[in-house]
Write a protein of this length. Structure first.
Lengths: 273, 252
């Protein structure tokens, strides 16, 4: 697994830097959002990204999705530098991003429809993934008729049906109630266990970060940088035992919290002075 | 409260109609018949005007200008609005003029319209078409411009072409706005046609009102008023219902 020389990494970031202008004005002040990001994400790895708010984790993910352009550095997906969204990557959005005028099935087939897949093939693929997330009874429902958890299941089914082998998930369970979230974490682990897609998953929930990840990327802010990469040594499949009760869980969680806490305290002191 | 607004019940509106008509009848009987008429007299007048064929002819004249002008407004207004919304600069340039025209009372332009189009059918058609088209364009443009950025991004992440973006995201997203434009445009169209009939050539239902006024037959005026009000309510309510059906398309 560690032999990254042999296997082409899923995503590689080299010296990625990103600044934002504070307004549309050309001469407006700029803010350095990300600086010197070097990161290699292995194929089939589940990477979670956590950090204080404003550390640029969403920007980083959007750069990996090519939805945002970086100013310097390189983004390499499966060995090739990219600058446009591609079919090997699929995004799952925090606010689900479902089209209100499309039914569940039409939302899920959408990525295939725009790629001109034959209708029945698109439908079969979509149905397979709709069944996997347990929504076969709701294929003809509209998003507003579904709960948040169900809507995100549609979002997940849509990303899966693209056939992409890299899933980019931007706080996908952030807008979902706590109990449903636990259930969905379990479902996601199950799906990941079946397909071993590369998953890059942003969260602000410490438990979630540790529970899901092979590695946790801890970021710091001002500008956003990689602070630490932490291996999570917890056996798979994780949906089969009480991960939170495992001693390594507490150890890793404690370690990350310590770092995060330092950052937060420091940040508060800076803001106060 | 909100639930009531969403599903209007028939009970209260009917009750209010009974009370209003009842009150009208009572008050109407006690007023000089040259100034006002109770519903019973209006109803009798309606039957007479209907039998004589005056009403049918007037309604036809009105409806012809109304529907033709409105149809033209929809056909021109929607695509124009799409273009305005899709090309920001174009929209920015036109916007102040559209708002100015939209905000100007049409009556002040009537003399100018007479100079351009005369006082006949064309002038009335213009009165219906122009303001209605502006309302439809402005709303459509707003709908296209206010496409939800999150959904545009979703589409981009799946590598849509410009055409696919328009078809799957921009146009469906604009539909609630277009429908609002169609409703406002219909209101404008109805007012436009009546203005034309009352202040240009005295014809149609607007003409029936003017005639009733000059001949001091309030019942005749009221017949036309009731017909215009009913037709207007019907059209606007129908469009309003259509608009509600698409409410869900606006938000997540």
């Amino acid at each position: 697994m560690k032999d990254s020389d042999v296997e082409v990494p899923a995503i590689q970031l080299r010296g990625v830097r990103k600044t934002f202008r504070l307004s549309e004005d050309r001469n407006a002040k700029t803010v350095l959002a990300l600086d010197g990001i070097d990161l290699t994400i292995r194929k089939g790895e589940f990477l979670t990204i956590i950090g204080p708010s404003g550390c640029g984790k969403t920007t980083l993910l959007r750069i990996m999705a090519s939805l945002e352009q970086h100013d310097e550095g390189e983004v390499i997906v499966e060995g090739e530098p990219v600058s446009e969204p591609g079919i090997r990557r699929a995004m799952v959005f925090q606010t689900f991003g479902l089209f209100p005028w499309k039914t569940v099935i039409d939302n899920v087939t959408f990525p295939l429809t725009v790629r001109k897949f034959p209708a029945d093939e698109a439908r079969n693929t979509a149905m397979k993934h709709i069944r996997r997330v347990g929504l076969e009874r709701f294929v003809d429902a509209y998003p507003h008729q579904l709960s948040g958890g169900m809507q995100q299941r549609v979002g997940l089914a849509r990303a899966l049906s693209t056939g992409a082998d890299i899933l980019l998930m931007d706080e996908p369970f952030g807008a979902i109630d706590a109990q449903t979230r636990e259930l969905m974490q379990e479902e996601l682990l199950r799906i990941w266990d079946e397909e071993r897609k590369t998953v890059i998953f942003i969260t602000h929930d410490l438990d979630e970060a540790v529970l899901l990840a092979d590695r946790v990327l801890l970021m710091s802010r001002g500008p956003g940088r990689v602070r630490e990469l932490i291996d999570v040594d917890l056996p798979h499949p994780r949906f089969e035992y009480d991960v939170r009760g495992h001693e390594n869980f507490a150890k890793v969680r404690g370690h990350i919290w310590q770092q995060l806490r330092n950052d937060l305290v420091q940040q508060r002191e800076e803001e106060a002075s | 409260m909100l639930a009531n607004l969403k599903k209007p019940s028939l009970y209260l509106p009917l009750l209010s109609l009974v009370i209003v008509f009842g009150g009208w009848e009572l008050v109407g009987r006690s007023i000089n018949p040259l100034l006002f008429s109770p519903p019973s007299v209006v109803a009798a007048e309606f039957v007479e005007l209907y039998r004589s064929g005056v009403l049918i002819e007037a309604a036809q004249v009105t409806m012809r200008a109304l529907f033709l002008g409105y149809a033209m407004a929809v056909i021109v207004g929607v695509p124009f609005g799409v273009v305005m919304g899709a090309f920001d600069r174009f929209g920015d340039i036109l916007q102040p003029y559209l708002y100015a025209i939209f905000a100007t009372p049409r009556v002040v332009l009537v003399p100018l319209i007479v100079v351009w189009f005369g006082i006949g059918f064309e002038a009335r058609l213009f009165l219906v078409f122009f303001w209605s088209a502006i309302a439809i364009s402005a709303n459509t443009a707003q709908g296209v411009r206010h496409a939800r950025p999150d959904l545009v991004e979703v589409a981009r992440s799946f590598r849509v072409t410009r055409l696919q973006l328009a078809r799957h995201v921009l146009i469906p997203g604009a539909i609630p706005f277009v429908l609002a434009g169609l409703r406002i445009g219909a209101e404008r169209a109805i007012v436009g046609v009546i203005i034309g009939e009352m202040f240009l050539q005295i014809v149609g239902l607007g003409g029936v009102i003017q005639q009733g006024s000059s001949e001091l037959v309030p019942a005749q005026m009221l017949v036309a008023v009731v017909i215009i009000a009913s037709a207007g309510t019907l059209i606007v309510t129908a469009l309003d219902m259509l608009e509600r059906r698409f409410q869900n398309w606006k938000g997540a």
